[in-house]
Design a protein around this ligand. Structure first.
Ligand SMILES: [Zn+2]
Ligand SMILES: [Zn+2]
Length: 80
């Protein structure tokens, strides 16, 4: 099947097959992911794509990647 690559803000996405619409793939497992990390890394929005299984949900509409949720959880400990 023909494959095309797309450059995105978070890396290169590859799309194979007849669908040429770019699909966002989870940065962890490579499955299609429809969530973007809401965390901050080095003062910038993380925005890593994450799938339903890999996201760490912390409250309404807050989803974090594995790296950012560690930071988030550390921050919660400090605050206590
Ligand atoms: Zn995933
Ligand atoms: Zn993140």
């Amino acid at each position: 099947m023909p494959c095309r690559t797309y450059k995105t803000d978070v890396g290169v996405a590859m799309v194979c097959g007849p669908t040429l619409r770019p699909t966002i793939h989870c940065y962890e497992c490579g499955k299609p992911g429809q969530f973007l990390c809401d965390g901050l890394r080095e003062g910038k929005p993380c925005d890593r794509p994450i799938c339903y299984q890999c996201r760490a949900n912390r409250g309404k509409e807050l989803d974090y990647c594995a790296d950012c949720v560690k930071v988030f959880d550390e921050g919660m400990k400090v605050g206590q």
